[in-house]
Design a protein around this ligand. Structure first.
Ligand SMILES: [Zn+2]
Ligand SMILES: [Zn+2]
Length: 413
């Protein structure tokens, strides 16, 4: 990593506006509080100019702060990389394998997704992170993950300093009785002459910073393990979800296809090398990707198109034309409905004439779907979903579909 050439990538200097958001404000405040308190406490506990240990402690502390801020600002300002507006694949024929983004007026390159917060299609999008007020994606993946590793390490060092400072400062000021603890903050320091007095306020501030540091260590440390899993498998959180849906789809249709996730290069080391490089920027241009030998550039995008078509296909609006009482084997709905009742524990739903159902699957005699509820119920999170006899409903025509289908379509773009 060439630290000096890229403290901040200047071509992205307009990105400074990303700082004006609660995420970066809180994150930078936590970094500022923890590192300044750690520096102040180090001066009190382990004066850096007298001993080698003191110097090493102090230099390490400054190092953490610099490295954390370096990776944090790069994650934010270098950004994930966006697909150019109006992007088209070089080969015109490839457009049939890609989704079109109506906002960016271009095709979505493999592994890219449209982020509503960034309002752009993001290269190898993993998620939109509020703490850097930007997406985590192709170009900032290494910076982002390094930050997630360095922040807990720095916090552990700081926490150690806070504990040692409080311990040494309180050691000769605290006295335990049978039923009381007495702290005399005015007592003289035991070790050397104080450079700075360690007052009650300093004690409170140190305790507060210790809480912040421990909290950050746990929360950010967990995020680090999640991101390492993403890198080692070369599979973003979004792609893991697509893969799961692919398995569901194949199982549902019993097509006998085998879905192989194309970007896992087979070894953890190969996958890690795609993200972490000596130059600091990841392998590839964020549009074309190395793939598993059994796959091709569009394996995943074709699967996404299938899933999208499947979702559209599998949810069709039906209008209820006959009441149904919710019985498992209804007597008055014909012999076939009675005999062919689906053998599952899934619920049956009552139907009333005039209601609308969004059906996702079905057999010849039965259907499964969601009742379309009024706005109030939808807001309250009510969901009525289950089986009902096919003969009680009638397919709605497209133009008679109500607003909810239209808004679903909009969300999908
Ligand atoms: Zn887009
Ligand atoms: Zn975003």
């Amino acid at each position: 990593m060439n630290i000096f050439s890229a403290i901040i990538a200047f071509e992205n200097i307009h990105e400074v506006r990303r700082l004006c958001h609660w995420g970066p404000i809180i994150a930078l405040t936590v970094i500022a509080v923890c590192s300044s308190m750690a520096i102040l406490d180090s001066i009190i506990w382990y004066w850096p100019l007298d001993t080698t240990g003191g110097s090493v402690n102090f230099i390490m502390l400054i190092n953490w702060t610099v490295l954390i801020l370096y990776n944090y600002f790069n994650a934010m300002f270098v950004g994930p990389g966006y697909i150019p507006l109006g992007w088209k694949p070089e080969n015109q024929q490839d457009t049939m394998y890609l989704q079109f983004c109506r906002v960016c007026q271009g095709y979505k390159a493999p592994r890219s997704h449209h982020c509503r917060k960034c309002n752009r299609c993001v290269m190898k999008m993993d998620h939109h992170c509020p703490w850097i007020n930007n997406c985590c994606g192709h170009f900032n993946h290494a910076y982002f993950t390094s930050f997630l590793l360095l922040a807990p390490l720095g916090c552990i060092h700081a926490a150690f300093i806070f504990v040692m400072t409080m311990y040494t400062q309180l050691y000769d000021r605290i006295s335990f009785g049978w039923s009381s603890v007495r702290i005399d903050m005015s007592a003289a320091r035991r070790v050397h002459n104080p450079i700075m007095p360690f007052s009650l306020a300093a004690f409170a501030a140190t305790l507060f910073a210790l809480g912040l540091a421990l909290g950050t260590t746990i929360a950010v440390g967990m995020l680090f393990f999640i991101q390492m899993k993403v890198i080692v498998r070369n599979k973003t959180s979004i792609e893991a979800w697509i893969e799961e849906k692919a398995k569901d789809r194949i199982q549902y249709y019993q097509t006998g296809e085998e879905f192989i996730f194309p970007y896992d290069l087979g070894s953890c080391w190969e996958n890690v090398k795609q993200v972490f490089t000596w130059s600091g920027s990841p392998e590839g241009d964020g549009i074309e990707w190395p793939v598993n030998e059994k796959c091709h550039q569009h394996t995943l995008t074709i699967e996404q198109l299938k899933q999208k078509a499947d979702k559209r296909e599998r949810s069709v609006q039906y209008r209820v034309v006959e009441d149904y009482n919710g019985a498992c084997c209804p007597l008055r709905k014909g012999l076939n409905t009675f005999i062919r009742s689906p053998c599952t524990e899934e619920p049956r739903i009552k139907l009333f004439k005039g209601e609308t159902i969004l059906a996702t699957r079905g057999t010849k005699w039965w259907m499964y779907g969601d009742k379309v509820l009024d706005e109030e119920q939808t807001k309250a999170g009510v969901r009525v979903r289950g089986w009902f006899p096919r003969r009680c409903v009638e397919k709605c025509h497209y133009d008679s579909a109500n607003n909810s289908t239209v808004s679903e379509e909009k969300k999908d773009k």
